[in-house]
Structures are given as structure tokens and as C-alpha cells.
Design a protein around this ligand. Structure first.
Ligand code: FCB
Length: 289
């Protein structure tokens, strides 16, 4: 692996200063080429990055958090998430398109996807049609961002917003699914009272199932356990309160169901990648931008 030269004017090489609202590109990494190095930004970036693999495979993170990405897989790095990625060592190449951006304040809902791993959102297994649509939007954003014509900047941001809306609607939570009515009932019971602790037995008796049957059915229909689902909803609700209200973090933690604010902050940080305070500050600062 060659050490990359220092360069300040090429976003594909280290030391480029991403001091802009939107920068887009394609990084075509071939084994042993100039670009074949680890992209390593332990403190994340100022803005978000969305990334799609177009050819070959990449390896994200190392150690326990490590996972690979292949054709059509989408990644979304929130600002504070660490970047550590490279060509998969068993593959001759990894081509990925990416867009770096400082979001508009009202995009926060679009920027929270369903599955996050190591603080980075990941969407896999999209249909080929969806992958093509998403990839062509990446290309459109890239082209618009490099044009120097009236309103090309606005057009790039507008296309990026379309891309983010598409990505959000492709999240499994939005796909139309037929849920068992008893699962819908359980979801409604928990949503009506998100801060309350329910045992699986109690929920099961409300819908006339055994606890093990409910647990199994829930996992099958929803894709996560009852507790994981409830925890995700709590974190989503907390994110909403943090960005849309001035309620203190201690109170938010109680509202969403955690009696111990420190424990809440720990869970929040584990799932979102940053503390509730940093999350709120960041969103307030982008609103003011
Ligand atoms: C480039 C990388 C790309 C992305 C952008 C922001 O150098 O190749 O993956 O991280 O920077």
C-alpha cells in the first residue's frame, strides 16, 4: 500500500478541507493505486456523508464493529461518527460515490435511518431498481455540484433532498408490510405509553397469546425484539424532543422512560454516536446557519 501524497485541492486525498456546504465525488479505489489507503477520520467531519458502493467491496471499521459493504449498499455518516474505511482486502477494487453536506435544519427526520451500526446508518439489500434510482441521483447531485451556472448550487441541494427522501422511504420501517393485528395492538399499547415498562407476559395477555408466541411473532413481523423496538422508539422520541423543544435532558430522559439520566445518555450515545447534549447543540447550530 503506497502512502498517499499530501494534497490540498483533491477531495479524494487526505488533508482536503471540506469547508463547503456540499461536495460530491466518486472514489475509484483499485488495489495498490494512489487511492488505496484507509480513510481515517477518528473525529468525524463537520457535515454528513452519504455513500453508495457502486463496484467491488469496502470494509468499514475494524475489530468488533467491522462490516463490509457491496454493490448498492448505502451508508450515512452523521457528523460525529468516526470514519474508518478502505477497500476490502479480498477484493481488487472498491468504487463508491459520496456526498458530503451540511444539512438543512428541517432535514433531521430524513437523516435518521432505521439501522445503525457503530454510529453509522446502513441500508442493504435494496432492489436493483432502487439502487439504480439512488445511484442516478448521486450522479445528478455530483454533476450539479460541479456546474457553475445560475442556481446550480440550489439544484444540487434540491437533488440531494430528493436523494435523502428516497433513501428514507426505502427504510424497512416505511415499506408497506402486513402486520398481524395483534402485533399492531401491542405496538399501539407501547406507543401510547412509551415511558412505561411492560413485560412480554403482560403484553401477551392483552392480545391473548402466550409470551413466547408473541415474542416470536413480533420478531418475525417487525424484525427486532419487543425490547429493541421499544428502545428505538424511546431514542427516536428523545431525538425529536431534543431538536424541537427546550425541555432539559434530565426531563427528556424521564419522559421517554429512563429514570436515570446518566444511563439514558449512555444508551443514547451508544445508539446515535454522540451524547444527547452534543446532538441538541449540533442541530441548534445547523438551524441557525
Ligand atoms: C474522500 C473519500 C470518500 C469520502 C470523502 C468525504 O476522500 O474517498 O469516501 O470520505 O472523502
Amino acid at each position: 500500500m503506497k502512502f498517499p501524497p499530501m494534497q490540498l485541492d483533491n477531495p479524494l486525498l487526505p488533508n482536503y478541507d471540506f469547508d463547503a456546504h456540499l461536495v460530491a465525488g466518486l472514489t475509484p479505489i483499485e488495489r495498490d493505486s494512489e487511492l488505496d489507503f484507509i480513510i481515517d477520520r477518528p473525529n468525524g467531519m463537520q457535515g454528513f456523508i452519504i455513500n453508495i458502493t457502486t463496484r467491488g467491496k469496502g470494509m468499514i471499521f475494524r475489530g468488533e464493529d467491522q462490516f463490509e459493504v457491496g454493490h448498492g449498499d448505502l451508508l450515512l455518516f452523521p457528523p460525529e461518527a468516526a470514519h474508518f474505511y478502505q477497500r476490502h482486502d479480498q477484493e481488487p477494487r472498491w468504487y463508491h460515490r459520496w456526498i458530503y453536506f451540511r444539512p438543512r435544519g428541517f432535514w433531521s427526520e430524513l437523516l435518521s435511518w432505521q439501522l445503525s451500526t457503530g454510529g453509522v446508518y446502513l441500508t442493504k439489500n435494496l432492489s436493483e431498481d432502487s439502487v439504480q434510482l439512488i445511484e442516478s441521483l448521486f450522479i445528478d447531485v455530483d454533476l450539479a455540484s460541479k456546474q457553475d451556472t445560475p442556481f446550480s448550487g440550489e439544484l444540487a441541494v434540491n437533488l440531494l433532498e430528493q436523494l435523502l427522501i428516497r433513501c428514507k422511504t426505502l427504510q424497512p420501517e416505511n415499506a408497506i408490510r402486513k402486520l398481524d393485528p395483534r402485533i399492531i395492538e401491542v405496538i399501539n399499547i407501547m406507543s401510547d405509553n412509551i415511558c412505561r415498562e411492560y413485560s412480554v407476559e403482560e403484553l401477551a395477555s392483552r392480545v391473548y397469546l402466550s409470551a413466547s408466541r408473541l415474542a416470536h411473532l413480533f420478531r418475525e413481523d417487525v424484525g427486532s425484539t419487543i425490547i429493541q423496538w421499544r428502545n428505538d422508539q424511546r431514542i427516536n422520541y428523545a431525538k425529536q424532543l431534543l431538536t424541537t423543544s427546550q425541555i432539559s435532558i434530565n426531563r427528556i430522559s424521564r419522559i421517554v422512560g429512563y429514570t436515570d439520566p446518566l444511563y439514558f445518555s449512555r444508551i443514547f450515545k451508544r445508539v446515535i454516536g454522540v451524547s444527547p447534549k452534543a446532538f441538541r447543540n449540533y442541530h441548534v447550530s445547523i438551524e441557525e446557519d
